[in-house]
Every structure is written in structure tokens, then in C-alpha cells.
Design a protein around this ligand. Structure first.
Ligand code: SF4
Length: 401
């Protein structure tokens, strides 16, 4: 059987129950304000239609509101000019069109902008906008969780225990609030150039451990009558939650990025502890099954370059062997230090040697120039002070892994 014919491993009932029970502990708070009004952001079209039906409004109102919320970016019902005044007032009594609060927005020397957003329960997450240095476009790096369960050794977020999952409204809300900051409303249509042109789910958290909310949020941003980003402009990054990769591929079909970082299980078990559950062979099989791998859309493998740890010629050759035959690209990320981190960035020579071996095997292997390092906005540097209620103070940055 060829690698592409391998079938997905089903979750056992016990595994499914365990995942559901565990994730319920980390559910986002209800999208209802203390005064009873409900946030309309983050509802699917079906849910929005149902909310409107519950107050006696016809289904076509959903289309109208969707346009105002996601195409025009309007948060005030009084500005929704195609809706009659009495209905505007009725909507304002019962609903809001919410946004996270911007606590800080730091701008780096290279124009990367890092937002600290606060949500209704006071929890916070970071979002980064990385402008393209040459063209008027850029990537918005969204967080999917507050903190993270995975404790990848080279990652600052991994030193912050998981506080909770972000809800669909909070994930879409990060993108919308970033768009507010750049004044990019209404949503540019089709291929019209846009400043906030791609979404990468590479911020705080493991998106596939919060799949339902991430999937809902991405379905909203990809809706043509709203924000309208095509699936090619959305990249989901995972550390390798193998069973969920199949589901994401089938249901969302967005680009996939895999945080690989090591090519031998013994080392990856240390750097990305999730590897102990889903080792490299299982991860690579899931990549080969991923829909983009069969239609020549490339899978991106993220590889943080750690001096003397994972940057040898042998490592590069093993990487080439692992991805052989796959439409793949390797992003080489010079390690971005953070306070208390135990690693050093690979030398220029080691990075170039590594890149050459991967390149010579026919794979693009760009070396990512660090962005926003001065404001701790670069890959693996995000972290907030949020912690779970009732827990002792967050671990210090030195207590990694
Ligand atoms: S790299 Fe991603 S999955 Fe790993 S600890 Fe950091 S945020 Fe979590």
C-alpha cells in the first residue's frame, strides 16, 4: 500500500470521551453579557438565523446582518442603513457586535505590530500582524488558546499553562480588531489587494486542540459574503495532533503547516512532547493523507534552528528523506530567544548548509527573517500573564518543559 493510501486512524470511543471531557474544562465563557445581550460575532449563519427567528425576524435578515458585521465591519446597529430604525433599536436591545479590547498595540522596528487583546472574562491573548516588507499585504497570526498545553521546549507560550480555549467569536474577533486598527473595512472583494491578506493560526495555542472553535471561526472568515478570505489564504499550524489533521483536511481544506523541529523521535519527544503520543512516522503519514498533499498545494514544515541541537547535515538529510515525494516547503526559523530560554540560534553557516541540502533535494527552504523580535512578537515568543483561576502564579519563563 502506498503512503497516500493509508487510512486515518479513528479515535477510539475512550479517546474521544477523554478529549471531549478534557476540552470542556477549558471552554470559553458564554457569549452573553451580564445584561443578557448576546454577541452576534462568532455565530454560524444557521445560529444567526435562529437568533433572529427567536425575535420574530425573517431569515433574509441574517444575510443583511452578515454583510454589515463581516463585510462592512460595522459594530453599531444604528449605522446599518439598510435596516429600518425600529429594527435597529430592537437588535441593539438584544445583541451586540463585539470586539476584544485592545490592551496594547506595540509596533516593532520592522512595522510588525503585536496586539494584546483582552476578552470579556479578563483573559488575554496576543495577535501579531506581520506586514510584507515589499508589498501592501501581510499575515495576521491568530491565537487559538490562552496559554498552551504542549510545552514545546523552545516556545515561550509553552511556559504558560493552558488557561482556556478561545471561542469562535474571540478568534474571528482578533482578526476583526486588527482590521479595525488598520481601517481595512469594508472587506476587499475577491482578489483585490488587502493589507491583512492572510491568516496563520500560529499564535498562542494548538489549534487542533480547540478544533470546533477554530473551524467555526475559519468558516466565518472564508465566507464569501463577509471577510471572504479564500482557503488558500488561511494556514493552520499544528504540532501534530494526528487524528484531528484528517478532520481539518476534510472539513476546512486550508493550508497546513506542521511544526516539525526535529527529525528523530528521541529528539522530537523532547522538543515537542506531543511526539510521544503521535510520533514522526504517524505525523508524516497524516501529512501525506492531507488533501493539499494530493493536489500539489504544498505543506509547510516549520523547523526552528537550534544551535547544535537539530541543525546538522545528518538532520537535513533525514528531513529530506521524511518529506520525499510530498509537495512540501520547509521554513527554517532561526530560534528567537525569549527571557529564560535554554537554546541558542544556529550559526549562519549551519543554517545555510542545512538550507542547501534541503534545496538541492528540490524543496524550497527559505530562512525566515525574524520579525518583531524587539517586541517579542516573533515565532515562539508570545506569552501573556493570564492564568487559570485558582492556580498558583504562572510558571516563570525559566521553568520550561
Ligand atoms: S509551539 Fe505552539 S504548540 Fe508548542 S508550546 Fe508553543 S504555542 Fe504550544
Amino acid at each position: 500500500m502506498s503512503a497516500t493510501q493509508v487510512t486515518a486512524p479513528d479515535l477510539t470511543e475512550a479517546e474521544r470521551a477523554r478529549v471531549l471531557a478534557k476540552s470542556a474544562l477549558f471552554d470559553p465563557p458564554p457569549a452573553q453579557l451580564p445584561d443578557g445581550r448576546r454577541d452576534l460575532v462568532g455565530l454560524s449563519r444557521e445560529e444567526l438565523t435562529a437568533e433572529l427567528a427567536a425575535i420574530g425576524e425573517a431569515p433574509f435578515r441574517c444575510k443583511q446582518l452578515w454583510h454589515w458585521i463581516y463585510h462592512q465591519g460595522v459594530t453599531d446597529f444604528a449605522r446599518m442603513s439598510t435596516i429600518a430604525k425600529p429594527l435597529q433599536a430592537k437588535l441593539a436591545e438584544r445583541f451586540i457586535v463585539g470586539r476584544p479590547t485592545t490592551v496594547t498595540a506595540q509596533i516593532s522596528d520592522d512595522d510588525t505590530r503585536k496586539f494584546l487583546f483582552r476578552f470579556r472574562d479578563g483573559q488575554e491573548a496576543e495577535t501579531v500582524y506581520i506586514p510584507d516588507p515589499e508589498e501592501d499585504r501581510g499575515a495576521v497570526c491568530l491565537s487559538s488558546q490562552v496559554g498552551c498545553t504542549l510545552s514545546c521546549r523552545f516556545c515561550h507560550t509553552g511556559t504558560q499553562t493552558l488557561v482556556r480555549n478561545l471561542g469562535a467569536a474571540e478568534i474571528v474577533g482578533q482578526f476583526m480588531a486588527a482590521r479595525d486598527a488598520y481601517g481595512e473595512w469594508p472587506s476587499p472583494k475577491g482578489e483585490t489587494p488587502r493589507l491583512l491578506s492572510t491568516i496563520v493560526l500560529m499564535g498562542m495555542g494548538e489549534p487542533l486542540y480547540n478544533y470546533a472553535n477554530v473551524a467555526k471561526a475559519m468558516t466565518i472568515v472564508m465566507d464569501n459574503e463577509g471577510i471572504g478570505l479564500s482557503r488558500r489564504r488561511v494556514t493552520l499550524s499544528t504540532s501534530g495532533v494526528v487524528p484531528m489533521m484528517d478532520r481539518a483536511g476534510a472539513e476546512l481544506g486550508v493550508n497546513l503547516a506542521v511544526s516539525l523541529h526535529a527529525v528523530r523521535d528521541a529528539l522530537r519527544d523532547e522538543l515537542v512532547p506531543l511526539n510521544r503520543k503521535y510520533p514522526i512516522a504517524d505525523l508524516m503519514a497524516a501529512c501525506r493523507r492531507y488533501p493539499s498533499a494530493s493536489n500539489a498545494r504544498r505543506i509547510t514544515f516549520e523547523y526552528v534552528m537550534l544551535r547544535g541541537v537539530n541543525d546538522s547535515e545528518v538532520d537535513a538529510r533525514e528531513l529530506v528523506r521524511l518529506i520525499a515525494g510530498m509537495p512540501a516547503k520547509v521554513n527554517l526559523i532561526p530560534f528567537n530567544p525569549w527571557p529564560g530560554s535554554a537554546f541558542q540560534t544556529s550559526t549562519r553557516v549551519a543554517i545555510e548548509r542545512f538550507a542547501r541540502i534541503v534545496n538541492d533535494a528540490g524543496f524550497a527552504a527559505p530562512v525566515r527573517s525574524p520579525r518583531g523580535r524587539d517586541i517579542l512578537a516573533a515565532c515562539g515568543q508570545l506569552r501573556t500573564e493570564s492564568r487559570r483561576k485558582g492556580t498558583s502564579p504562572a510558571r516563570s519563563a525559566g521553568e520550561v518543559g
